[in-house]
Design a protein around this ligand. Structure first.
Ligand code: MTE
Length: 330
């Protein structure tokens, strides 16, 4: 089912769909063969639940996975292998090493999961995860993910448009920004027991950014639910911004009038801006942003590619920043 008009930044439709399906199926089979906890597509997902799979999945969310709409959102690069996307992570709540999240998140409890909606909206309160997403068709979208550290991946996410979910809460005209917060639970997150970061992890978007059709709330990837290390059970994906904006394991969404404080901006404002749009013209003070390393490759050509303005999504989001100085407002 196609639910969006194709944009220049998309790959050829047949290329994306067939490659995605092919890779997903192939990865599903590999994962099923390799791992007893692999949950691979709707049929295997419910089988896994019946078998009392160790990864807790709410039944409502699992049944939602029985129908995932393919879309024309895609990228003309190859999808990053699942094993790479699920083992090379930034999730500082679990530690600073790239492999810490996969190693230390196995017992992270994601069910039940509630999300608190606060602030300038008519419909606020505490909502079960299922109730937040159940009214919407799950979609697969293949997006490039560009980390501020200058590596990148291409990930097939499953989720719902952020705008659809936000509209459900009826934001008022005072809602100029949307603030997001990750779970704060040092018992489960070893990284939250110390370090420089003022927990919980926080992020924010302008309301126009949040309502842009590209902004996505992900509950899965590669055809299945999100692995814990990738931000289970629900995370943001904003593909035209550096990866740190894509906050994981969200428990709070607040509609606010003022620009909210965000984790990396609070920690090092001269290095990480609020907007954090991917921009090869604005170097990080300590390294260039002109190029990126496409994982799983090393530091040599052809794995080193040019970084594109807005990560290649200029056509979709460029208008959001008309008149804004993108160097000053990095
Ligand atoms: N969200 C939380 N709560 N904690 C984090 O440390 N890291 C961010 C972002 N979301 C982070 C987070 C960074 S720096 C990146 S690049 C992406 O998650 C990485 O997402 P991935 O591990 O799924 O590739």
């Amino acid at each position: 089912m196609l639910i969006r008009i194709k944009k220049k930044s998309d790959a050829q439709e047949n290329q994306v769909t067939s490659e995605s399906i092919y890779l997903n199926r192939r990865q599903f089979m590999q994962r099923a063969a390799l791992s007893t906890v692999a949950m691979t597509g709707a049929a295997n997902l419910s089988a896994a639940i019946q078998q009392g799979n160790t990864r807790a999945v709410s039944k409502q969310l699992a049944s939602h996975f029985s129908s995932i709409a393919s879309t024309s959102y895609g990228a003309d690069e190859k999808v990053t292998p699942y094993d790479v996307a699920a083992s090379y992570n930034n999730f500082y709540e679990f530690g600073y090493g790239k492999d810490d999240p996969a190693k230390l998140s196995e017992n992270f409890i994601t069910d039940p999961w509630n999300i608190t909606i606060e602030g300038a909206a008519d419909n606020t309160g505490v909502f079960a995860l299922e109730d937040v997403v159940k009214d919407y068709q799950l979609e697969e979208r293949i997006y490039r993910l560009r980390c501020v550290e200058a590596w990148s991946m291409v990930v097939p996410w499953i989720g719902v448009p952020l705008s659809s979910v936000l509209k459900k809460f009826k934001p008022t005209s005072n809602a100029k920004y949307v603030y997001f917060e990750t779970l704060h639970d040092p018992r489960q997150f070893p990284g939250q027991r110390g370090g420089n970061i003022e927990w919980p992890y926080r992020e924010g978007l302008t309301i126009a950014e949040a309502m842009n059709p590209l902004a996505f709330l992900s509950v899965g990837m590669y055809g299945s639910i999100l692995p814990n290390q990738n931000g289970a059970p629900i995370r943001l994906v904003v593909p035209w911004k550096y990866g740190f904006k894509s906050i994981k394991s969200i428990v709070k969404i607040r509609f606010v009038e003022e620009m909210p404080q965000t984790t990396w901006n609070m920690l090092a404002p001269s290095e990480y801006g609020f907007y954090a749009n991917v921009n090869p013209g604005v170097d990080h003070p300590r390294w260039s942003q002109k190029q990126e390393r496409r994982l799983p490759g090393g530091f040599l050509l052809p794995n080193i590619i040019d970084t594109e303005m807005f990560n290649g999504y200029q056509e979709e989001v460029g208008h959001l920043y008309t008149g804004l100085d993108l160097v000053k407002n990095y």
